[in-house]
Design a protein around this ligand. Sequence first.
Ligand SMILES: Cc1cc2nc3c(=O)[nH]c(=O)nc-3n(C[C@H](O)[C@H](O)[C@H](O)COP(=O)(O)O)c2cc1C
Length: 204
Amino acid sequence: MTSSLPPTPVFGAALPVHAQPQVLAFLALRRSASAVTLAEPAPDTAQLDDLLRLAARVPDHGKLAPWRFIVLEGAGKAAFAARLEGLSQQRGDPQLAAKLAKLKMPPLAVVVVSSPRPAAIPAWEQQLSAGAVCATLLYAAQASGFGANWITDWYSYDAEATAILGLTEGERVAGVVLIGTPREPPMERERPDVAGLVTRWTGV
Ligand SMILES: Cc1cc2nc3c(=O)[nH]c(=O)nc-3n(C[C@H](O)[C@H](O)[C@H](O)COP(=O)(O)O)c2cc1C
């Protein structure tokens, strides 16, 4: 299947600025699917290419692209989960293995790796950009009609687990974005009272 997206604009092209009510309605109603409800079909190769292209289109101070993607699917994903099960057994902690269901059930997982570059841009800003990649990938998958969920879980913070994935010094897992087709619709969750989170600084 070929891309259904507009072609990547050429550098310097004037881009549209107009209301996109459908995007706003999507944002008002989108919800992550429970990871363990995600089943086939997952995005095919062309759809995944599109999702990654959209995910990489995020604010990025200094244009450093301080992130990268590791795609886990099929036998590769199963092998990674098996290695994590091995770690859990070595440590005698069955809870670690039990938590792997969220990784094992969905047909596709994209690990978004924060890879801060040596640059004047603070590492914090580079890490925030990786978070933006996770959110954009999540939203793009959901807007494509898939179910998706952004998790981290223990293996994102475990040096042996991240070494299995090939992360290097300074790299961190920003998110594991699980993608598939939900077997049941997600239910609305509690949302914060935004008014209680807003103040207006008036300078007095
Ligand atoms: C950085 C980050 C890490 C998360 N890690 C986990 C996790 O390990 N396990 C989990 O169940 N949820 C985790 N979540 C929360 C899920 O994404 C959760 O489903 C989310 O709150 C759903 O919100 P939404 O419906 O607004 O997308 C994480 C969220 C973020 C932002």
